[in-house]
Design a protein around this ligand. Structure first.
Ligand code: NAD
Length: 324
């Protein structure tokens, strides 16, 4: 007898944001039905408009700190909702703490009610300004809880603890990813993160503003690689936390120089003050992702930057109008 397999159903919070929208698209491509919950505080419906033609996709405007209700069966709950760039979470400090705490509680409740696998989008910022380099998952971090960035870092650390409590106490099938800096098309040009800022400045031939002396390092991952890591972890039975990011590390000055060169720009670099508690180094140890998920980044830095610059160039008029 033929057994009809029901289509799996995923709820993605923050699905109208940068990473969330790329994830929704990928899950639709994997044959899942996707329900996206977003309050559009830092994302927008435009990021997911094209998805309705891609598969069974529903966008619901909802603040997950109020309550979370989704009718019908749910197989996966992916909690991506949170302001994520320093400019955003410094402007929205209480909202950021709420979505990492109450939002995590509510979405864990949904996963428990539905018997779904729960996926927490955590961050390398849980490592703070690290004293161990590169950072393995076993490192507990070096975070200033009362500094301005504490609202984001501690919200995510709380979210991780709550996720583990639901796993241990309520037997919910949970996993935690620690995402390192990711970039790609559809990033907001004015979200204050280095790559979109540098690209926009370079495309306009304006000075490229590097914080401090530019010797602080970052390891940046192209969005397609990151989403591949997300789905591998989602469809695994690992509990995590698992680092996903590109271990290729470079200084901010070198990153600015690459962007200027790839954009074919004549911009010069100027130096601006460095934000408080800005991490000095950042590099993921991805041994666990490599061995347990068979994952590693494939897109070389220059390719990822070129694809992102091309997208920004193609959308520059709209981007400038949005930035004002
Ligand atoms: P983003 O700002 O583009 O997306 C976040 C989305 O969450 C937005 O659409 C926003 O409107 C929504 N949101 C925020 N608060 C909400 C609430 N209370 N209810 C419903 N929706 C809400 O940011 P992003 O870069 O796509 O980041 C997505 C997730 O990945 C975040 O949890 C972030 O902490 C994590 N992360 C991202 C990076 C990165 O490099 N992009 C690195 C580490 C971790």
């Amino acid at each position: 007898m033929l057994r009809v397999m029901a289509r799996k159903r995923a709820v993605v919070t923050g699905g109208a944001g940068f990473l969330g929208s790329h994830l929704c698209e990928r899950l639709l491509d994997e044959g899942l039905e996707v329900v996206c919950l977003d309050n559009f505080v830092t994302g927008g419906a435009a990021n997911v408009e094209h998805l309705r033609e891609r598969g069974p996709f529903r966008l619901i405007r909802a603040d997950v700190t109020d309550y979370v209700h989704v009718a019908g069966p749910v197989d996966y709950v992916c909690h991506f909702a949170s302001p994520a760039s320093p400019i955003d979470y410094l402007q929205l400090p209480i909202e950021t703490l709420k979505v990492g705490s109450i939002g995590t509680l509510h979405t864990l409740g949904l996963a428990r009610e539905k018997g779904a696998r729960y996926f927490l989008a955590s961050t390398s910022e849980t490592y703070g300004d690290p004293q161990i380099h590169p950072q393995p998952e076993s490192y507990w971090g070096h975070v200033n809880p009362v500094g301005p960035r504490g609202v984001y870092d501690e919200a995510k650390r709380f979210a991780e603890a709550m996720t583990m409590a639901y796993r241990r106490t309520h037997d919910v099938d949970t996993t935690i990813i620690r995402i390192f800096n990711t970039f790609g098309p559809t990033m907001r040009p004015n979200d204050g993160r280095a790559i979109p800022t540098f690209i926009r400045q370079a495309l306009h031939g304006e000075p490229v503003t590097v914080a401090g002396d530019g010797s602080q390092t970052r390891s940046v991952c192209y969005v397609d690689d990151l989403i591949e890591g997300v789905v591998r972890l989602l469809f695994s039975d690992l509990a995590g936390p698992v680092n996903v990011g590109n271990p290729y590390e470079l200084t901010m000055k070198a990153l600015a120089e690459r962007i200027i060169a790839l954009a074919g720009s004549g911009s010069e670099i100027v130096y601006i003050p460095r934000p408080q508690d800005d991490p000095t180094v950042r590099q993921p140890d991805i041994t666990l992702a490599r061995t347990a998920l068979g994952w590693e980044p494939k897109v070389p830095l220059d390719d990822g930057l070129t694809r992102t610059i091309d997208w920004f160039r193609a959308h520059l008029a709209a981007i400038d109008a949005a930035v004002g």
